[in-house]
Design a protein around this ligand. Structure first.
Ligand code: SAH
Ligand code: MG
Length: 208
């Protein structure tokens, strides 16, 4: 057993429905957040007393459902552009009767008028197309209260950001975009940001 596995086993077991979603994601290759990343974010939501959460990238609703299950005061707006993902998320959310607290918007996040979402979010979770992270960040941080948090997943891109030689041209371009975003975020003085080597690499920023 390695240290990750040892610590993982100390955490609470997921419910049957959550395990069912994890299995669906595995079989259908849906890139849901890794367990270690999810555990970090759920604790941050509790510590930060985050109630209004905005998520970019719903997929099957796995992260949104996990956030909603933290407590009954939490409300999530989540955006998904893929129809099959959207339908699957709706069905999962309905199975747990969480539709009053999770609002899924079926649209490309970049086409949304962000002002229609409101300006009172406590947390923005960015977990969609990695090439657009900077656009998502600039657009949707407008919806945050001062002192609110931004959490961003997949900043290591399966450790590809560390690789010197990448033969595939598209992958190389995406990696250089992610690295540029990481650098931009680390020097953005409107936010206080720390990067963590948890899951696939997570940044936690605090809006000043
Ligand atoms: N947050 C989810 C995983 C999201 S996977 C979880 O952890 O459970 C990323 C999702 O973002 C995919 O379903 C993809 O269709 C969606 N996506 C990517 N770019 C998007 C965009 N511009 N607007 C809306 N959704 C987008
Ligand atoms: Mg992710």
């Amino acid at each position: 057993m390695d240290k990750k596995e040892y610590l993982f086993l100390l955490n609470n077991k997921s419910s049957d429905f959550i395990i069912k979603m994890e299995n669906y994601a595995k079989i259908n290759k849906v890139p849901i957040i890794q367990k270690s990343g999810l555990d970090l974010i759920t604790q941050i939501i509790k510590i930060g007393k985050c109630q209004r959460i905005l998520e970019i990238g719903t997929a099957i609703g796995y992260s949104a459902i996990n956030f909603a299950l933290i407590n009954d005061d939490i409300e999530i707006t989540t955006i998904e552009r893929d129809e099959l993902m959207y339908e699957t998320a709706l069905s999962n959310i309905q199975s747990l009767n969480l539709q009053t607290r999770i609002n899924v918007i079926f649209q490309d996040a970049l086409d949304i008028d962000e002002s229609s979402l409101g300006f009172d979010f406590d947390l923005l979770f960015i977990d969609a197309a990695k090439s657009q992270y900077q656009k998502f960040f600039i657009k949707f941080t407008k919806c945050l209260k001062p002192g609110a948090l931004v959490i961003i997943d997949n900043l290591l891109f399966h450790d590809l950001v560390l690789k010197e030689q990448i033969t595939n041209r598209n992958t190389r371009q995406l990696v250089s975009k992610i690295k540029a975003f990481n650098k931009w975020l680390s020097t953005n003085t409107d936010f206080d940001t720390k990067f963590f080597s948890i899951g696939d690499g997570i940044a936690v920023s605090i809006k000043k």
